[in-house]
Design a protein around this ligand. Sequence first.
Ligand SMILES: [Zn+2]
Length: 195
Amino acid sequence: MKHKILDRLIKAFNSLPGIGPKMAERLAYYIVHTNNEEATELADAIREIKSKIILCKQCFAPSENEICSICSDDRRDHTTICITENIEGLIAIEKTKKYNGIYYILGGSISPLEGITTKDLKLDKLMNYTNGAKEIIIATNPNTDGDITANYIAKMIRPKNIKVTRLAYGLPMGGSLEYADEITLTRSLESRKEL
Ligand SMILES: [Zn+2]
């Protein structure tokens, strides 16, 4: 059975990260069979997040306001900046409850294989953002792209004479911060190494 409207939904699901064609089809058929209320709730939630959630002007974390709740929190140490690839990294570190600085979200990592270059990341604003900082903690993912990105940033910031550290890796290599348990991540944070 070929159906234009159904194909549109399958395509939409398929474009999401981690959802292949088979799963996209399953989800689309699930929506066909579900009640109106559930389907409408999903559509409304997507519409609402796109109309109300913006990226924080300072750290690029998703936020309801121009400046997010972390950047606008005076109790946090604004001289320590933790750089993560994405919001999942930020959430993983927040969960440890052992970090009281602020963040900067790059929007990915340099990836020669996937053709992602420095131009695709939010690196331009980082130089200004780190003015006055005492320590930059690079928390890119523990994989090759994360390594390349960490080294690039370290080199970029080095002339500014700011301490640059990276999470120490007891973290499983090849993985991503979001899958690390809180104890491992806390240990990585506490034993971070200077780059
Ligand atoms: Zn922010």
